[in-house]
Ligand binder design. Structure first.
Ligand code: DUC
Ligand code: ZN
Ligand code: ZN
Ligand code: ZN
Length: 484
C-alpha cells in the first residue's frame, strides 16, 4: 500500500486536541507531526481527525426469535464504515449444549465478508462442565468478555445460580462479565398478563418491560459480580433505575461500566403509541425506548462519566420480519438498527448541543470501548504504531437520515427524517480509504478479527469479599472489634 498523509486537520483523541498531519504506512500510523509527505494526500482542512468509532455491541446475522437479523457482516460493516465506525464487536451465541469453540467457528464463517475489523463477545447461554472447561480456551482465542442474558426466558436466559458460577469462573480467569439486565421471569409474567387482557399491540411490549425490571436486574447482576469478584459491563442501559445502580457501584469502587445506546438517547416511548402498527413494531427492541426523564439521566451519565460508552445493539429486522408479531407483540423480533447513524447522531445531539466535548465524543465512541474491552491502543488511539482506523470528521457536513440512501439491508430507518450535522469526509480502515465524501469504496473481506487482552484479576470487589469472609475478632457483645 502506498503511504498516505492526512494533511491539515486537527487531531482529536480522548484526551488531546492539536494540529498535526498523520502519515500512514502499511495500515498503521507511522508518524504524527507538521508538514508530512506521502505518496497520497487526503485534505483534512477544517476537519477533526479522530480514531474510528468502535461499536461494542452488534448482532449481525443473529439467529433470534425464529429468524435471522437482516444485516450480516457484509451490509453491517459497510453501514458502520459509512458512519465513521471502523470496528464492531458482535456476540457469538452458542446453542443449548453447543461448545463455545464450535459456536465461535460459526461466527468466523459469517464474519469473513466484513469490510472493517471486528471482534466477538462470547455469550454464556447455558451452563455446564463443557462451558467451564472451554472458557480459558476462548480467552486464549482473544475473546475476553462473556455475555449473560437475564431475560429471554426459555431461550437465552441464564438463572442466578448459573450466572454466579459463570461469573466466579470468569473472575478467576481475569475475564470480564457482560449482562443484558432485565428480570426475565417478571417480563414473562407481564407478557402473559397483557396478552390475556387483550393487549396484543407493540405498545404492550414497552408495558411488559418497565424500568423496574431493568433496575432490579442491574442491581442483582452488580451484587452477584461483587460476590464473584468479576468486573461487570452492563449492556444497553436505558433507564435511571439501572444507571443509579451503576453509579452507586462505581462510587463504591466496583469495576462496573454502563453502555447506553444511541437509540435510547434520541428516541422515546411515544414511538410505540404511533397509530401505524408497522411504525411502532419497527421500534420494538429490548429494553424499550423510555421517556424524557430516563433520556436526561443517560445524557447526564455520559457527561459525568458514570456511563462509559455509546453503542447500537444493531439488530436489524425488515418490516416483513416484524410482521411475524401481528396479533401477538411477544413474537415481534426484538431489535433496531443504528450502526450507520450512531456517530453522526451523537455528534449532532451531543457535541453540537454542548453536552459533550469532541474529546468526550472520542472517549465514548472509541477510546473507552477499546480500553474496557482490551484492545487499546491498537484501536481507539491516534499514536505511532496504532492501526490506522481513522475518521476525518467534517463538522459542517449535513444530511437527512433516510432508508433510501442507507447501507443497511432493511427497508426503513428508525431515525428517518432526522437531520445530522457532522459526518465523515474520509474513513480509513487499517489505512485503506473506505469512504470518500459520502462515496463508498467498500472491500468485502478486508476486515480482520481483533484478538483482545484479558483484563486480569483486577476486581477490587474480590478483595473486599475475601476481607468480609475472613475470620475476625469479635467482642463480647458480638459486634466486630474493628471496622464497620
Ligand atoms: N435486544 C434486542 O432488542 N435485540 C437483540 C437482543 C436484545 O437484547
Ligand atoms: Zn440485550
Ligand atoms: Zn411511520
Ligand atoms: Zn444485544
Amino acid at each position: 500500500m502506498p503511504s498516505t498523509v492526512i494533511r491539515g486537520g486537527t487531531v482529536v483523541t480522548h484526551d488531546l486536541t492539536y494540529r498535526a498531519d498523520i502519515r500512514i504506512e502499511n495500515g498503521r500510523i507511522a508518524e504524527i507531526g507538521p508538514d508530512l509527505k506521502g505518496e497520497e494526500t487526503l485534505d483534512a482542512t477544517g476537519c477533526y481527525v479522530m480514531p474510528g468509532g468502535i461499536d461494542p455491541h452488534t448482532h449481525l446475522e443473529m439467529p433470534f426469535m425464529g429468524t435471522y437479523s437482516s444485516d450480516d457482516f457484509e451490509s453491517g460493516t459497510r453501514a458502520a464504515l459509512a458512519g465513521g465506525t471502523t470496528m464492531v464487536v458482535d456476540f457469538v451465541l452458542p446453542g443449548q449444549e453447543q461448545g463455545l469453540l464450535d459456536a465461535m467457528k460459526v461466527w468466523h464463517n459469517k464474519s469473513g465478508r466484513a469490510h472493517c475489523d471486528y471482534s466477538y463477545h462470547m455469550a454464556v447461554t447455558w451452563w455446564g462442565e463443557r462451558v467451564w472447561d472451554e472458557m480459558p480456551l476462548v480467552i486464549g482465542e482473544g475473546i475476553t468478555t462473556f455475555k449473560h442474558f437475564m431475560a429471554y426466558k426459555g431461550a437465552l436466559m441464564v438463572n442466578d445460580d448459573e450466572m454466579f458460577a459463570s461469573f466466579t469462573r470468569l473472575g478467576e480467569l481475569g475475564a470480564t462479565a457482560l449482562v443484558h439486565a432485565e428480570n426475565g421471569d417478571v417480563v414473562a409474567e407481564l407478557q402473559r398478563k397483557l396478552l390475556a387482557e387483550g393487549n396484543t399491540g407493540p405498545e404492550a411490549h414497552a408495558y411488559s418491560r418497565p424500568p423496574q425490571v431493568e433496575g432490579e436486574a442491574t442491581n442483582r447482576a452488580i451484587m452477584i459480580a461483587d460476590m464473584a469478584g468479576v468486573p461487570l459491563y452492563v449492556v444497553h442501559v436505558s433507564c435511571e433505575e439501572a444507571h443509579e445502580a451503576i453509579r452507586r457501584a462505581r462510587a463504591q469502587g466496583k469495576r462496573v461500566w454502563g453502555e447506553p445506546l444511541i437509540q435510547h438517547l434520541i428516541l422515546d416511548e411515544s414511538e410505540y403509541r404511533h397509530p401505524d402498527w408497522d411504525h411502532a413494531a419497527r421500534r420494538v427492541m429490548s429494553p424499550p425506548f423510555r421517556d424524557k426523564r430516563h433520556q436526561d439521566s443517560l445524557w447526564a451519565g455520559l457527561q459525568s462519566g458514570s456511563l462509559s460508552v455509546v453503542a447500537t445493539d444493531h439488530c436489524a429486522f425488515t418490516t416483513e420480519q416484524k410482521r411475524f408479531g401481528r396479533g401477538d407483540f411477544t413474537k415481534i423480533p426484538n431489535g433496531t438498527g443504528g450502526l450507520e447513524d450512531r456517530m453522526p447522531l451523537l455528534w449532532t445531539h451531543g457535541v453540537n448541543t454542548g453536552r459533550l466535548t469532541p474529546n468526550e465524543f472520542v472517549a465514548v465512541t472509541s477510546a473507552n470501548v477499546a480500553k474496557i474491552l482490551g484492545c487499546y491502543p491498537r484501536k481507539g488511539a491516534i499514536a505511532v504504531g496504532a492501526d490506522a482506523d481513522l475518521v476525518v470528521w467534517d463538522p459542517e457536513r449535513r444530511k437527512t437520515i433516510s432508508a433510501a440512501t442507507q447501507q443497511s439491508a432493511i427497508d426503513y430507518n428508525v431515525f428517518e427524517g432526522q437531520e445530522v450535522t457532522g459526518l465523515p469526509r474520509f474513513v480509513l480502515t487499517r489505512g485503506r480509504l473506505a469512504v470518500r465524501e459520502g462515496e463508498m469504496r467498500p472491500q468485502e473481506g478486508w476486515g480482520e478479527f481483533v484478538r483482545r487482552e484479558a483484563r486480569g484479576p483486577v476486581s477490587r470487589a474480590l478483595t473486599r469479599w475475601k476481607d468480609l469472609t475472613a475470620p475476625r475478632p469479635v467482642e463480647r457483645s458480638g459486634i466486630p472489634a474493628s471496622g464497620v
